[in-house]
Design a protein around this ligand. Structure first.
Ligand SMILES: *Cc1c(COP(=O)(O)O)cnc(C)c1O
Length: 376
């Protein structure tokens, strides 16, 4: 059996081990140290726009802290894009709050501003003021962030930007992760850069970053003993993992270029194929890092479904995966309010994520192309 081709596998640049070794040599084997500071500085420098970054143990932790810092609590409502990974929504429940899910629009597959506004006005009519909006940049594609941000301003609701999949993506030249009151990044093993596991909270000021770090380190008050006035968490990134992150930052832009080339590769593979669309930026305002390349298949036109193509890939040990199953269709969230139609559901039923790593070889690309050719 030929070796497995993954959807997205870690791709080290080469300097990561030196940073990790430095952590060993200096005995900074802890959730603080020079690599944590260096990684935060690299991220904050990369994002620009005077953002301060807190390095955390995961993207999920970053989302949780964003909600905690916005004082989302028991019985509150939070608007969340339905089509996303469960980690976007689960922290709402951690805070004892309730998610209200919103459909996607077809151009970016992300939160539909029209449905969001309908949802906000309807909740307001019911006397429930949403405490936050969580918008996601799925697969690296920027959402319609200016429309969403304007709505949040109009209705005075804080915006959390889940940019876990979108480090390096931009909207009108501005990096994803810097639009919201808080931005969330992830460095899990399959993301565009990885620290094996990790995440970050992008904050608007040094004071907010300090609050995030305070909550992430068990919320210790200033005292010689352990004194606590508020609930804290153990969410800081380790100095070892941060060393990997520092090395990864040095190759981020190169790796984004390679992922964008994978997207180009799929555009060529499916060129002129009626019924298949490669997920692409709607116009030049949007620049995706193309973390994952995705397609939608109209079975009526192609004669085969996304699931049939997925299985054919599987037979050659090539990983392909359905799109995120919308949260309003998940058993966990079946009772949550939902605003929208069937855009997210239709995408889920007809879409497929394809191998997109920055480290795929020519041989591996040929194997992928050979499976696709079987369907021509
Ligand atoms: C990966 C991911 C997260 C969570 O990040 P972790 O670091 O895995 O906790 C959140 N939202 C989205 C959209 C993601 O893809």
């Amino acid at each position: 059996m030929s070796s497995t081709i993954y959807l997205s596998s870690p791709h080290m640049g080469g300097t990561e081990e030196a940073y990790v070794k430095e952590a060993f040599d200096t005995n900074w084997i802890a959730p603080l140290g020079p690599n944590v500071n260096g990684f935060e500085a690299a991220l904050s420098n990369y994002l620009g726009h005077q953002k301060e970054v807190a390095a955390l143990s995961s993207g999920t932790a970053a989302l949780h802290l964003a909600l905690a810092l916005l004082e989302v609590g028991s019985g509150d409502e939070v608007m969340c894009q339905s089509m996303t990974f469960a980690a976007s929504a689960n922290p709402i429940i951690y805070q004892g709050a309730n998610p209200v899910f919103v459909d996607s629009e077809p151009a970016t597959w992300n939160m539909c501003p029209n449905h969001l506004e309908a949802a906000i006005t309807d909740r307001l009519k019911q006397g429930k003021r949403p405490k936050a909006v969580i918008a996601v940049h799925l697969y690296g594609m920027p959402c319609k962030i200016d429309d969403i941000r304007n709505l949040c301003k109009t209705y005075d609701i804080p915006l959390i930007e889940d940019a876990a999949e979108a480090l390096g993506s931009t909207y009108q030249g501005v990096p994803c992760g810097t639009f919201g009151d808080f931005g969330v990044l992830s460095f899990n093993g399959n993301k565009i850069i990885t620290t094996s596991g990790g995440g970050a909270l992008v904050c608007a000021s040094e004071a907010e970053k300090q609050k995030a770090v305070f909550l992430a380190t068990q919320a210790r008050d200033e005292a010689p003993h352990y004194q606590h006035s508020v609930l804290g968490y153990n969410y800081r990134l380790s100095n070892i993992a941060a060393g990997i992150g520092r090395g990864q930052m040095e190759v981020l832009d190169t790796h984004i270029g390679l992922r964008q080339q994978m997207n180009q590769f799929y555009k060529e593979q499916f060129f002129g194929w009626e019924g298949i669309e490669v997920f692409t930026e709607p116009n030049e305002s949007f620049v995706s890092n193309h973390w994952l390349s995705c397609i939608t298949i109209d079975k009526k036109k192609t004669g085969f479904s996304a699931e049939e193509l997925r299985k054919a890939f599987g037979e050659d040990n090539i990983e392909a995966r359905p799109l995120w199953k919308p949260m309003h269709l998940q058993p966990l969230y079946e009772n949550a309010p939902y605003y929208g139609g069937t855009v997210a559901q239709t995408l889920f039923e007809n879409g497929l994520c394809l191998p997109s790593g920055s480290n795929l070889t020519d041989t591996e690309r040929s194997r992928i192309a050979a499976v696709i050719r079987q369907f021509r």
